[in-house]
Design a protein around this ligand. Structure first.
Ligand SMILES: CC(C)(COP(=O)(O)OP(=O)(O)OC[C@H]1O[C@@H](n2cnc3c(N)ncnc32)[C@H](O)[C@@H]1OP(=O)(O)O)[C@@H](O)C(=O)NCCC(=O)NCCS
Length: 178
């Protein structure tokens, strides 16, 4: 836990909706708040949303979306995690840890054995600190026009049940990334 975490842990709530307006409330209206525009990818919106409010203002979010995936010869599903965001003024206080923990508690009720996310390389140590592991294999994802591309960002996974290991083999997401 961060040394400067607020003494009373804020509540994480399930958000009924999460649009650009809510994202702007957290991250501001900048062009590329996630720093991934350079990858030129089209992303899926998430289906389930978890958030933290401080003094009525939304300051943290994590989203979930179940996705079909092939790992080697196995067709399965993962819980995709995306839109992880904490307002600039309250970073470093454990809010990403808090909102991700609540989102993953929910993901554990959904069935898939693993959660998966994509991130910029500088965020790998942060997610490792939160119990995620980088995949060393290429991950192929879909893009509009039935195009298949190799994900240029890092792929991180975490088990949702016990210590379920990530199976070996090529990884192909049967959807746009989330
Ligand atoms: C990335 C982001 C969500 C992190 O939010 P945050 O609230 O500052 O993160 P937390 O305070 O919960 O930190 C999580 C953990 O990572 C650790 N951490 C932070 N930076 C780290 C680093 N560079 N190396 C290793 N660990 C790091 C923290 O110490 C904390 O661990 P602890 O609880 O054991 O101390 C936030 O910076 C953000 O919104 N960035 C812009 C949007 C974005 O890029 N989102 C990610 C999309 S994949």
């Amino acid at each position: 836990m961060s040394a400067n975490q607020p003494s009373a842990t804020p509540a994480v709530t399930r958000l009924t909706h999460y649009t650009k307006t809510e994202q702007d409330e957290i991250l501001g209206t900048g062009d590329d708040p996630f720093g991934v525009a350079g990858a030129g990818l089209t992303w899926l919106p998430k289906e389930e949303h978890f958030g933290v409010r401080l003094d009525g203002r939304l300051v943290a979010h994590a989203g979930l979306l179940r996705l079909p995936i092939a790992i080697g010869d196995v067709e399965t599903e993962v819980v995709g995690v995306g839109g992880v965001a904490v307002a600039p003024g309250v970073r470093g206080q454990g809010l990403a840890r808090l909102v991700l923990a609540a989102a993953l508690d929910h993901a554990r009720t959904q069935g898939p054995r693993h959660a998966l996310l994509f991130c910029r390389p500088p965020l790998v140590p942060l997610y490792q600190r939160l119990g995620w592991h980088p995949l060393d294999t290429d991950v192929v994802v879909e893009q509009p026009g039935s195009r298949l591309v190799t994900m240029p960002l890092r792929t991180m996974v975490t088990p949702l049940h016990g210590t379920a290991g990530w199976p070996s083999g090529r990884v192909r997401l049967h959807s746009l990334p989330m």
